[in-house]
Design a protein around this ligand. Structure first.
Ligand code: SAM
Ligand code: SF4
Length: 338
């Protein structure tokens, strides 16, 4: 079969068009966040991880099937050597409009400029607390000063839209909410709160620990004044899971990603590629499609395209976290790619 037969779009049984690909480049990380990784971890052997060429090949086939945005994630993507080289390859794929990165920021100070020069446009930096003691309780490692240095370097490198992602966990992060909001308002970062999902490696997630976006909003409004929901124009970033709110005083915006209390499965446009080359149609998928095997057994582009189509075709209507039938995936967040 000729490579030219890769046509069509990735539309599932529920009419959802898939245009966003999340690529994990490693399961390794320099932090050990309790909601993601275990304290002691055995990483995948390096030879099981896709090479940059293999990743770019899957991305190129996906782009021929309508993928327009790519987010690089992990594990911690900046621990993988020469990540800017991959970014450059992804940016060069015809049809790809945007390449973004999610990082914990620990190594960002050294790499921000190279990433910007490689064509990275959007940056999400995860930061749950500005207080070192709380940061360490969550991440089991030190880090606030390095993340802040990374953010400064990112601004200097010319990243304009920098988002800060903070996970909300009842009994753990309530006191971090206001300081983070004030910091982001002052510095011009777009803060987003994410509800705790059942993807921690320790399997300790409990529904009661989910501090909902609505509760976080109430905490913010009590101290910083009213928030007004911002309606997204229909054309913009339709699969975007965050619901944005604007401060009444004009001091920027704050977003809420509420996968547990306000699932956005109905407008999900995402596909995932794990670091070891497995395609997934959902964070909570319990099935994977083996792209690495296709790549390493000499499969052609139409075979990869068929795998992508199969993966999308099997997507369920919703993750069902809040239903009795919910089945946790065998992999934790760091093994999937957030
Ligand atoms: N290491 C990078 C980082 O932390 O930004 C990228 C990978 S990390 C898995 C991506 C995002 O997933 C981070 O913002 C992290 O806070 C979030 N995350 C990890 N485990 C989560 C969980 N159980 N529930 C909600 N968000 C989670
Ligand atoms: Fe590492 Fe990111 Fe997971 Fe934290 S959330 S352990 S930084 S991969």
């Amino acid at each position: 079969m000729s490579a030219d037969v890769v046509t069509g779009r990735l539309i599932d049984r529920f009419g959802r068009l898939h245009t966003d690909l999340r690529i994990s480049v490693t399961d390794r990380c320099n932090l050990r966040c309790t909601y993601c990784m275990p304290e002691e971890v055995v990483f995948r052997p390096r030879e099981e991880l896709l090479t940059y060429e293999e990743i770019a090949r899957v991305a190129a086939v996906a782009s021929r099937l309508g993928v327009r945005t790519i987010r690089v994630t992990g594990g911690e993507p900046l621990v993988r050597r020469d990540l800017a080289v991959l970014v450059r390859q992804l940016v060069a794929i015809p049809g790809v409009d945007e390449v973004a990165l999610t990082t914990n920021g620990i190594l960002l100070a050294d790499q921000a400029r190279a990433l910007r020069e490689a064509g990275l446009t959007r940056l999400n930096v995860s930061l749950d607390s500005l207080r070192e003691e709380v940061f360490e309780r969550i991440a089991r490692r030190a880090g606030v000063a390095r993340v802040l240095a990374g953010l400064t370097a990112a601004k200097r490198a010319g990243f304009r839209m920098i988002r800060i992602n903070a996970v909300s966990i009842r009994g753990l992060t309530e006191a971090e909410i206001l300081p983070l909001a004030e910091f982001c308002r002052r510095e011009g970062f777009h803060l987003r709160f994410i509800e705790f999902m059942p993807l921690d490696a320790d399997g300790a997630w409990a529904r009661e620990q989910v501090l909902s976006g609505a509760e976080v909003r109430a905490i913010l409004e009590r101290s910083l004044g009213p928030l007004r929901r911002v309606e997204q124009p229909p054309s913009s970033d339709a699969g975007q899971p965050a619901v944005d709110y604007a401060w009444a005083d004009g001091g920027g915006r704050v977003g809420f990603i509420d996968p547990v209390t306000q699932p956005f499965c109905g407008r999900c446009d995402r596909l995932r590629l794990t670091a070891d080359g497995q395609l997934r149609n959902c964070l909570f998928s319990t099935v994977e499609w083996d792209a690495r095997r296709v790549l390493r057994e000499g499969g052609d582009d139409p075979t990869l395209a068929a795998l992508l189509r199969d993966c999308v075709a099997a997507k369920r209507a919703a993750h069902g976290i809040d239903t009795p039938a919910f089945d946790r995936p065998a992999r934790a967040m760091y093994q999937i790619g957030g």
